[in-house]
Design a binder for this molecule. Structure first.
Ligand SMILES: NC(=O)c1ccc[n+]([C@@H]2O[C@H](COP(=O)([O-])OP(=O)(O)OC[C@H]3O[C@@H](n4cnc5c(N)ncnc54)[C@H](OP(=O)(O)O)[C@@H]3O)[C@@H](O)[C@H]2O)c1
Length: 217
């Protein structure tokens, strides 16, 4: 079971839809149970499969893989909310990027620990494995369900087994290749890349810009 915390948002809803379409059992988490249920019904109708919605804490409790898809500014607060639901062995997938898209500019913040993944690693209970992933694929593309995806997703973690599990989950989405980005600290390279993608999206006035790395085999 995969829980998407902040699954009512643009990125989270897209991830939920793509995984549900791929046959995964997905649950939407929200600060507000009713909002989660509404989003779940909406996505379920789109993909033709049942999707559940509940509170962030309950969703985190139920799933083995918990995806955090909330704004950077809300990350610490939401971690306090779901911490009790994260027992040892669970995987926390970090989708958070510390950017703000403002009119006319994209602003990249620098998390204290170096990257959002490293920051989360300090906040999770002992034994919870943090994996950063799905930061380089945009919400607009994820939500356009009739169009196959065509992009690479960099996956970083200090736990090889957790990284492998998440890479497999990422590749359940047709058209997406998971790229092994190495340890969690390499999120420091990925986050500025996402800022560049957001800037290019804005500058070229397109829906989204993705990446395909050449030369990997
Ligand atoms: N959008 C993209 O294309 C994209 C691409 C790559 C990575 N990301 C990253 O993915 C994360 C989510 O992006 P998004 O565009 O989906 O964000 P969003 O729609 O603004 O927010 C996602 C969810 O987070 C919760 N939330 C929002 N503000 C909050 C606050 N102040 N305090 C607590 N919870 C709050 C809300 O859920 P509830 O109200 O239901 O609790 C909301 O639906 C961000 O870190 C973003 O940088 C986004």
């Amino acid at each position: 079971m995969i829980a998407v915390i902040g699954g009512t948002g643009a990125q989270g809803k897209g991830l939920v839809a793509r995984w549900a379409m791929a046959g995964e059992d997905v649950i939407i988490g929200s600060r507000f149970e009713e909002k989660a249920k509404r989003a779940a019904a909406e996505v379920g109708k789109l993909v033709g499969k049942p999707v559940r919605g509940t509170t962030n804490l309950e969703a985190a409790r139920e799933a083995e893989v918990v995806v955090l898809s909330v704004p950077f500014e809300a990350m610490r607060k939401i971690m306090r909310e779901i911490r009790r639901g994260l027992s040892p062995g669970k995987i926390l997938v970090n989708v958070v990027v510390p950017i703000q898209v403002r009119p006319g500019e994209v602003v990249l913040k620098r998390p204290r620990a170096g990257s959002t993944g490293e920051e989360l690693a300090k906040l999770v209970p002992k034994g919870v494995r943090v994996v950063s992933a799905l930061q380089t694929v945009g919400a607009r593309l994820l939500q356009e369900l009739s169009r196959p995806l065509d992009c690479d997703v960099v996956v970083c973690s200090d736990d090889p087994a957790a990284k492998e599990r998440v890479m497999k989950l990422v590749e359940k989405m047709p058209g997406v290749r998971a790229v092994d980005g190495g340890p969690l600290r390499n999120g420091r390279f990925v986050e500025p890349l996402v800022a560049l993608l957001a800037e290019l999206t804005r500058r070229y006035k397109v829906e989204a810009v993705g990446v395909r790395f050449q030369g990997l085999r």
